[in-house]
Design a protein around this ligand. Structure first.
Ligand code: FAD
Length: 462
């Protein structure tokens, strides 16, 4: 039996960041991880492999759609699926090994195996029981099941299976028009599959700014995506390696089917807290296996904390990381804090979509007086040069004080552009503060400045 200041259960972005920061703050730390590699869902079967496939297929799309327009002629590249898979795996391996290196560098003990908590202050891994002054649950999430749909990870797959299909399907049905469904749908669309997205709600990306949804829907339509909205999937039948998706339209109850070589079930994720023994030791739980915590991430049992996908809030790697940092600070006697009002969300399609803060719909519901500064990428020289001028930057600011309340971007590099607005919001900046900041020309970020100008006297290039 070994004893530690902190044992973190789960080596994903929440857990490994928490462990590293605890070590940096002088605490003796162990991290329990049952997978063969560190990095959690994000590095192994989430953010990183999906971005590798989005990267390679984005280049393929560029070759097919835009190279000739730029005077780049010549033979079309063909896709070697097994090489693309090997590239994806190399990217994953590089990152997971990087975390292992950081653990060694920070003298963090990796307890290999699946952990449980027999009682407060103790963590069991295999046959060994270790002692810890504090325990952090960072066990993440797994894909949520859809009633009537049996996943075999071959024909009917979750995002995990979709990252490693045996071959590129000729047709794919994506159930769920959320971030994961649209990103993975983009991968297979660019690889030549006919992609149909079936969504229960009557719009894609529920909860996203309305203007963004409309523009993004149009752009994906131009890229060849087909959508069946307002449709409840009733079941999926598989025969001879082909799937038939049965759905019912919400508006009139009529039933239809779609056939496909592969079906991706992307209807959300649920916390993975089974097997930890939480109920037995009296940890208060929320529905769907979510752990209840107070404002300082402590559960109802003293000395047991929880972070990341296992607790309420956006299921995002950077949200988990920030919570991991905050808990480490708290355990070291400092003041850890996460500003949930400034957590960006990004969709890594082409074009990218990014958002932070409130949407217009939220502000209306709140009854808050606000103004909108919107600038189309059509007025941005760089965006036009890369054939991505369809989107916009939209900044929402308080009508009276001009303080930035939210930002919604659809366009090239949106996932990076959003961060200047995040920083501005953290500093309580006004739209005018952004508008008065010199932005280099020609950059995509000039569109952010123009949107800020549009909150005041007006954009220059619109
Ligand atoms: P996880 O990353 O899920 O890690 C939890 C770890 O705990 C796992 O490795 C698990 O094996 C381990 N574990 C669980 N129980 C035990 C136990 N009892 N004992 C030992 N180990 C245990 N987020 C983004 O921000 N950006 C993206 O681009 C993005 N893309 C995504 C793409 C896909 C396809 C998917 C599925 C997710 C994506 N996400 C993305 C979400 C992101 O992966 C999660 O929000 C993030 O990984 C959550 O981090 P976590 O540390 O809470 O949990």
């Amino acid at each position: 039996m070994a004893s530690f200041d902190v044992i973190v259960i789960g080596g994903g972005p929440g857990g490994y960041v928490c462990a590293i920061h605890c070590a940096q703050l002088g605490l003796k730390v162990a991290c329990v991880e049952g997978r063969e590699t560190l990095g959690g869902t994000c590095l192994n079967v989430g953010c990183i492999p999906s971005k590798a496939l989005l990267n390679s297929t984005h280049h393929l799309h560029e070759v097919h759609e835009n190279f000739e327009k730029m005077g780049l002629m010549g033979a079309n590249p063909t896709v070697d699926w097994s090489k693309m898979q090997a590239y994806k795996q190399d990217v994953v391996d590089g990152n997971t090994k990087g975390i292992e290196f950081l653990f060694k560098k920070n003298k963090i003990t990796w307890l290999k195996g699946w952990g449980s908590i027999p009682e407060a202050g103790k963590v069991k891994v295999g046959d060994e029981v270790h002692e810890a002054k504090n325990i952090v649950i960072a066990t993440g999430s797994v894909p949520a099941a859809l009633p009537g749909v049996e996943v075999d990870e071959k024909v009917v797959v979750t995002s995990t299976g979709a990252l490693s299909l045996d071959k590129i399907p000729e047709s794919m049905v994506v159930i769920g028009a959320g971030v994961i469904g649209l990103e993975m749908g983009s991968v297979y669309k660019r690889l030549g599959a006919k992609v149909t997205v079936v969504e229960y709600q009557d719009k894609i990306l529920p909860g996203t700014d309305g203007d963004t949804v409309k523009t993004f829907h149009k752009i994906l339509g131009k890229q060849g995506f087909e959508f069946v909205l307002g449709a409840a999937v009733q079941g999926v039948d598989v025969a001879d390696g082909k799937a038939t998706v049965r759905y019912k339209l919400n508006k009139d109850g009529s039933e239809s089917t779609i056939e496909a070589d592969a079906v991706l079930v992307a209807t959300g994720r649920k916390p993975y807290t089974e097997g930890l023994g939480l109920e037995a030791i009296g940890v208060e739980m929320l529905p769907r296996g979510m752990v209840k915590t107070d404002d300082h991430f402590q559960t109802s049992v003293k000395g047991i904390y929880a972070i990341g996908d296992a607790i309420p809030g956006a299921m995002l790697a950077h949200k988990a990381e920030d919570e991991g940092m905050a808990v480490a600070e708290i355990l070291a006697g400092k003041h850890g804090h996460v500003n949930y009002g400034v957590i960006p969300g990004v969709i890594y399609t082409t074009p990218e979509v990014a958002a932070v803060g409130q949407t217009e719909e939220m502000l209306k519901e709140e009854g808050r007086a606000y103004k909108v500064g919107k600038f189309p990428f059509m007025g941005n020289a760089r965006a036009k040069a890369v054939f991505q001028a369809d989107g916009f930057v939209k900044i929402l600011a308080d009508k009276e004080t001009d303080r930035i309340l939210g930002c919604h971007i659809i366009g090239p590099g949106a996932g990076d552009l959003i961060h200047e607005v995040c920083v501005a919001m953290e500093f309580g900046a006004s739209a005018q503060d952004l508008a008065l900041t010199c932005h280099a020309h020609p950059t995509y970020s000039e569109a952010v400045r123009e949107a800020a100008l549009a909150c005041g006297d007006g954009a220059i290039h619109a």
